[in-house]
Design a protein around this ligand. Sequence first.
Ligand SMILES: [Zn+2]
Length: 178
Amino acid sequence: MHNQLTCEQVTALLNFYIEDSLSSKLTEYVRQHLESCPACMEKYLQMKNMLNKIMDIENEEIENPYATKQYEDFKSNLSAYVDNELNNFESIKIKKIAISNPLARQDLENIYTFKKLLHSSFEKTKNELKNDYSKSTLCQLRHENTDEKILDPFYKLTAAFFIMITCIVAGVIKILYF
Ligand SMILES: [Zn+2]
């Protein structure tokens, strides 16, 4: 019993062979072909390696949804998504991840909440500034009013000086003529 399968047939069966879903007879044929054909053996090893990697990634995703490549992409695009800076394709991708990954969804909600908070605090600051502005304007108006009522100290001094001079002159005139 030797090489009952062609290379094409073996290549087509490799996936099933690795998953161990072939009949025992076919499994035996593939195994025999692989032992005698280095080219198919190479393909087999590559495919097995690739499938192991995929399985590792899937296991990793189950253990820690944060550690996946998809989630990393999501994280790096999240703020751009929230700011509407992504193209349609990219934002659909983000939406899909947010739907399928609960942690990603939580992140999206968090960033929206944060944005809302930021926005409301910005509004608050703006309003406070507005209040401060009207307050200071009112103060200025009040000061202008009081400034009008309170005479400038210079005028007060000048008036006192004139009164003093008048008194002296009147005194001198009184001494000289009476
Ligand atoms: Zn072969």
